[in-house]
Design a protein. Structure first.
Length: 126
């Protein structure tokens, strides 16, 4: 089995604040990595016009319309997550609007195949 991918879950506050926190954290992470390192971010919600975390050769950004991942059956999250995990990235950030159902999301991420692919290393609640 290959090494599990570090995962940071950011929840709460508004979309812009979550994206700003991920932009700052990912910049710090990439600064400490080799030049070819890559990260991905799955962001729940839609920006108000400013993209604080622009897509680049090192940063893959996937924006998902607002809606609780677990309440809509996890389908959107699973499809996007499966696509992201095919990319050769070194860290994954997951932005979730509400802290209300974080336990359900964490439980989903502990199920196969994610339990073998992801390692939750940090959790940021705003």
């Amino acid at each position: 089995m290959s090494e599990r991918l570090p995962l940071t879950i950011v929840s709460g506050a508004d979309y812009a604040r979550r994206e700003a926190v991920i932009a700052e954290a990912s910049a710090a992470f990439l600064a400490a990595q080799p030049a070819n390192a890559k990260i991905a971010a799955i962001l729940e919600g839609l920006p108000s016009g400013n993209f604080l975390l622009p897509t680049s050769p090192q940063v893959f950004v996937h924006r998902i319309a607002p809606g609780c991942f677990c309440c809509i059956g996890n389908l959107t999250m699973r499809v996007t997550l499966n696509r992201v995990l095919r990319q050769k990235i070194q860290h994954l950030y997951l932005s979730v609007a509400s802290t209300e159902h974080l336990d359900n999301i964490r439980q989903t991420l502990k199920l196969p195949p994610y339990d073998q692919l992801l390692l939750e290393v940090s959790f940021i609640c705003l």
